[in-house]
Design a protein around this ligand. Structure first.
Ligand code: BGC
Length: 383
């Protein structure tokens, strides 16, 4: 095993930055993947917020801010809906899932009712976290997003405890630990950002503590060391959970739980260097995801495992096609459910590629490993 970055890292980093910049819409939205039938024409809060965070980390201030402006518009346009959700929750009569905020939007900020698994809370926490992290990183004022941030905080405070679809748009019946982590990261950073009045700040902090307590009581598997679980009451691990260690920073990298979570992902969800979403995954046959491999790399690096982080970046970069495009997932003869692959290809065509979120996570990890400056020929020194 080597500690050295592969020679291909530089060109994939340059390509990743171009893919994201070229795909970004005049409205600021980042498309998930325009060449993939099922994602074409849509921007997700989840993918987009992690992409904006990566662009911010590599110094693409304008691109990141155009995305946050877009998020703010999307949220402000739904002010009356959010106020209705908050009011209904307050009197103990919450609105049905179908009336909660959507997860994916057209580039102009509108949404469509087409049966998509729309009720997902994580992206609303992630945009708040990413926008506040961006403002701190670049010493930018957060005031331009203040109204939207406050509304998002109200939404999350009113509804964080509700079951909803997870990062993978599945299992609407459960409360997912990765979703809780995104909400916690958003509320914790909003509480420190100075945009909240005293009442909101206190409620945000109360929810942050409640989430910590809930995860400690019911979101850990009983193994030694304990690891975060896919949802409240489950015992299995999910590849998204390393995000709570880094970049979201809601689980201390040196803690037992962080060590247990990284160990569980490594032992249950890795094959030949790449990370699966979860053992029972059948989507496109259940391949390994470059973006999750980069999330694991960020967690390893936060724990001081530089060599392990370099290995994940090298693996992710090796999944690039000849033209540099990185897919959503890879097969490599190691699918978890190979017999399920063809049905997805028949339905939606080949795996999404290039997936902006995959490119974003390569940039984010590349930045942490000091590979972006040399690749782009500039000194940025940010992260
Ligand atoms: C994934 C989501 C993602 C969406 C767009 C779905 O297949 O499960 O996590 O947000 O694609 O990339």
């Amino acid at each position: 095993m080597t500690n050295a970055l592969s020679p291909d890292v530089g060109s994939v980093i340059r390509h990743s930055r171009s893919v994201i910049l070229e795909a970004q819409q005049p409205s600021g939205a980042y498309p998930a993947c325009e060449s993939f039938f099922a994602y074409r024409g849509f921007c997700w809060f989840r993918d987009g917020s992690f992409s904006a965070d990566a662009m911010s980390a590599i110094g693409e201030v304008e691109s990141a801010e155009a995305f946050f402006d877009w998020c703010a518009r999307v949220v402000l346009d739904r002010r009356s809906r959010i106020e209705a959700i908050v009011a209904a929750a307050r009197v103990g009569d919450p609105l049905p899932d179908s009336q909660m905020l959507p997860t994916r939007f057209r580039f102009d900020g509108s949404s469509v009712e087409d049966g998509w698994e729309n009720f997902q809370l994580d992206g609303y926490g992630t945009w708040v976290w990413a926008a506040t992290a961006h403002a701190r990183r670049h010493h930018r004022s957060i005031d331009r997003w203040a109204g939207a941030l406050r509304l998002t905080v109200d939404y999350l405070v009113s509804s964080w405890r509700r079951p909803c679809f997870d990062w993978w748009e599945e299992h609407t019946e459960a409360v997912h630990v990765s979703t809780l982590g995104c909400v916690q990261a958003g509320l914790a950073s909003a509480a420190l950002s100075g945009v909240l009045d005293e009442v909101r700040r206190k409620s945000a902090q109360t929810v942050v503590r409640s989430i910590e307590d809930l995860i400690a009581a019911q979101g850990l598997a009983p193994e030694e060391p304990a690891h975060l679980t896919k949802w409240i009451g489950s015992t299995v691990v999910d590849g998204s959970l390393s995000a709570l260690i880094a970049p979201l920073g809601v689980v201390r990298p040196g803690s037992e739980v962080a060590r247990g979570t990284v160990a569980a992902i490594e032992s249950c969800l890795m094959a030949e260097g790449g990370v699966y979403r979860f053992r029972a995954d059948t989507f496109f046959g259940g391949g390994r995801w470059p973006l999750l491999t980069c999330f694991l790399g960020l967690a390893r690096l936060a724990q001081g495992d530089q060599k392990g982080a370099v290995e994940t970046l090298n693996w992710a970069v090796r999944q690039a096609k000849e033209n540099g495009d990185v897919p959503e997932q890879v097969d490599g003869g190691l699918l978890l459910a190979p017999d399920r692959r063809d049905a997805w290809v028949d339905r939606w065509g080949d795996v999404a590629c290039p997936l902006l979120w995959s490119h974003a996570m390569i940039l984010r990890l590349g930045q942490e490993l000091d590979a972006v400056g040399p690749a782009l020929g500039i000194e940025r020194g940010l992260s």
